[in-house]
Every structure is written in C-alpha cells, then in structure tokens.
Design a protein around this ligand. Sequence first.
Ligand code: HXC
Length: 520
Amino acid sequence: MSIQQEKIKELVERRASARLGGGQKRIDAQHSKGKLTARERLGLLLDEGSFEEFDMFVQHRCTDFGMDASHTDGDGVVTGRGTIDGREVYVFAQDFTVNGGSLSKTMSEKICKVMDMAVTAGAPIIGLNDSGGARIQEGIDALAGYGEIFERNILASGVVPQISGIFGPCAGGAVYSPALTDFTLMIENTSYMFLTGPSVVKSVTGEVVDQEQLGGAAVHTSKSGVAQLSAHDEQEGIRTIKKLLSFLPQNNLGTAPERPTQDPVGRMDNSLNDIIPDNPNKAYDMYGVIASIVDDGDFLEIHKDFAKNIIVGFAHMGGRSVGIVANQPRVLAGCLDINASRKAARFVRFCDAFNIPLVSLVDVPGFLCGTHQEYGAIISNGAKLLYAYGEATVPKVTVTLRKSYGGAHIVMSCKQLRGDVNYAWPSANFAVMGAEGAVGIIYGKQLKAETDPEKSAALAEEKKREYNDLFCNPYQAAKKGYIEDIIEPRNTRFRVIRALESLSNKRQQIPAKKHDNLPL
Ligand code: HXC
C-alpha cells in the first residue's frame, strides 16, 4: 500500500469512528429511549446525499476534572450544510452519545461557524438540540460558548429563519437559544425544556414535579407557549420542520417559494354563505373558513394548543405563501386576551420580517376583561399585537366576517394600521361595542328609572334594535371608506388572492430608527 493510500485508509477509518460518536453502546442506549442519533436525525431532515459535514475532527481542549482522556472526534455535535427539497440550509445536531451532548467551548465554535455561514449564505439555520447543557468540566468556557451562540441567534433574527428542534433534554440557560429562534418544535415524552430541573425545584420551592410536568412538550405548547410546535415522534417532528420550511423564504431579502396548485383561484364555496349563525352569540368554526379559502385546504397551524381563541399559521393562496391570523369564535367567543395577543404579535412580526403577506380573518367581540387580564398586563400585551400589525409593511389583506368591536377592531389590521385591502362580509358589524353593552351605558339610567319591568324591557329592546340597525352592519364602514368592499362570503378566496396579487410589488417604509421600542 502506498503512503497516500495508507493516509486515505486512515481518513476513512477516522471518519467511520467519528460517525459512531460516543460508541455503539451509547447509540443503543439512545435508541432504547426511543430516540434517534444526531446523524440519523440529519439523515431524515436533509435531501439524500446533500449533507456536507464540517469540523468532523474538532476535539475539545479541556483537561480539567477528568476530561483529558475522553477526546471524541466531532465533540458532541454534528454540523454542516445540506438541502431540504433542494433549498440550502445550515444545520447542527447535538450528539447525546458524546458527553451527553453537553456544550463545550469547541462545540459552541462549531455551532457558531455554521450560524455565521448560514447568515453569509442567506440560508435558514436548523438546530436539533439534545444536550445536558453547559459542559460542567469547562466552567466559564462553556458559559462563554453559550453567550457566543445567543449573540448569533440575536444577530441572525429577522435575517434568516431559525428553527429549533428539541429532541431530548434542553436545560438551564441552554433553553435561551431556542427561545431566541423563530420556531421551537418539541417531541412529546422524550424532550423537555426548563431552567431548573425537578430536583432543584423541589429543594427551592418544595414543589414535587417530574420532567414532563415541568417542561414537556404538552406544557410548552399549551401552557407557556415557549414551543410553537410538537410531534408524536422524531420522524413526525422532522417532517413538520420540513413542511414549515416550505412556507418560508431563505432570508429576509427573498420571498417564499411559490407552490403550484390545481386548486382554482376562482373556486367559490357556497357553504361560506351559510356559515354565520343567525344568533350573534352563537359560535362557528373558523377552521372551516380557513380550510375553504386556502389552496387545497392545506394549513400548517402554529401554536395550535396555545391561546386557541386566535388561530395563526401558514398556507398558500394562489400558490403564494401567506400568514393567516384569525379569531376563533369557538373559544372565548374569539376575544383577544394576553396570550392571544402575544401569540399573534410574534407571528405577525415573523411574517413581516420575512416578506410573508398577512391575511386576517376577523370576528372579535373585544378584549377579554377582568382583574386577571388587567393584572397580567393586557394593556401592554394587547399593545404588542397592535404594534406588530401597525409596524408591518408586508401586504395586509383583512376580511371581517362578523363582529369587529372596540379596541380589538383597531388591533386586528384595520385600515388605519395601514391595512392595504379590507373587506367585510354582509354579516360584518363594526362598532364600539355590542348592542347590549351600548344600551346599558347610554340608556342605563332611563331603564333603571322605569318602574314597570315590562316597559323597561321593551325600551331596552327598542334601543338595541335601533343600535343594531345603525351600527351592526358593514355599510357604515363602507360608506366612510373604512373598508374597500362588502363581498359575498363564497367569493372570499378569489377576492383575497386577487388583492394579494395586486400587492405583490408593495413598497412601504417605516421611519429610520435604531430599533423600535415594542411594548415588551
Ligand atoms: C458534562 C454531562 C453533562 C454536563 C450529562 N453529562 N450532562 N457531562 N456536562 N452538563 C454526561 C454524563 O456525565 C454522562 O456521562 C452522559 O453525559 C450521559 O448522562 P446521563 O446522566 O447518564 O444520562 P441521563 O440519565 O439520560 O440524564 C440526562 C440528563 C443528566 C438529565 C441531561 O445528565 C443531567 O441532569 N445532566 C446535567 C444537566 C444540567 O444540570 N446541566 C447544566 C444546566 S445549566 P457518562 O460518561 O457517565 O456516560 C446550564 C447553564 C447554561 O446549562 C448557561 C447558559 C447561559
């Protein structure tokens, strides 16, 4: 064998060894927990044969606390680039089989390198987390490594899409990298995120809680809202990440790829002409409206289990990627509350940062009231959504289906927040509040003064009728130019797509500033 061939053989062996990470025993242990390895995950995520690995031979430099003998090529993270459906992405996947995927300084350098490359190339970053957190033996070096990653998450925010998959533990300060990214997906029952684990919680607060209850996928997708997506298993999680990516552009200077469809732009849906119940207090399902108007009924919902009174997610309309924001009359009558405002504001801002037009479907009776909401700062939180819509310069097409009352009317992409095209169904009504409340305030004293209860009730009914005739229709708004048109519900798909087409070259600026001061 020539010297050159010997060296090639050594390379092949080194590569094979590096690919084994922490060794077959640890790989088996990973599998026995129902988890895939870092490389198996990347194999599912990326187009076959597209993965190009970087820094496979990087080793940690720590010699403290028993670390000197435990060098492994790659040091607990697999990094590189590849393609998903032919589109460039940069990836890192932590390898739990090497020191529990814990973050060393060299691991952070590998991750930072692909993050920097992604920003330079204008391509999304996908990180698959499975780690015991900061490598204990490296002390401040490990913490510095996290700091380097966080800073890059911040600088890349709004420049390239950042997606985090939580495929195992993600504890301590490590949770802040996913929290800084655009989307976090968790795997049910095998992943968890928390600042301090169950044992610390018990010693500090006395609270007894297990990992799942403290920071499992169900907790973060439904209670905290920290994670936007979850999946039953890793395969489904990877499929969801790929699907999410299909709605997104490569970076903030591009637009999302168009998706050809056989679904006719002019498809009418007669069922929409019957969807609004006669009783204004009766609910209907906004999912039905969304499914009816988007291409092929295909909708990727974000934050599905969190603040269900508002629905947000991605779809295509006429082949174009759009962000849908819709009140859900079935939950809290579609009122805006703290969590709904936070959820929708973040989504609107993401869409605006990445040139994804916004389609808003409005049926909102107002903000949720009461001490719980006021003490929790519904004022500041509601202002987030108001701010997000008002700041957004992407095309904004809004359809009001039924109620659009009070402050919530303004928040939900009204004309004055630079809404581009605002339509209303004939069932829409725009008012400061509903008839019941309005009559109580304006005629309350008169109604109380009336000693005959029948007369009082009759007067209340008469005033409600008068109020409804006056305000509870779309014609007042149309008369004053606050909406562009009143449309037949069954035509909604066509009208929205045509509006989006007309706005495809929209140009709008916000005043020059260092950055805004969103009411956080
Ligand atoms: C070094 C670690 C490690 C860590 C795990 N390992 N976490 N090594 N630093 N942080 C090693 C273990 O010693 C073990 O090595 C191997 O990884 C697998 O770990 P196990 O404990 O055997 O696995 P498992 O039973 O599945 O438990 C996983 C775990 C547990 C729940 C993640 O390892 C754990 O609690 N680790 C510590 C978590 C933590 O508190 N991290 C610090 C968070 S604070 P051997 O060789 O024995 O197999 C933080 C600050 C970040 O991260 C600040 C950023 C600003």
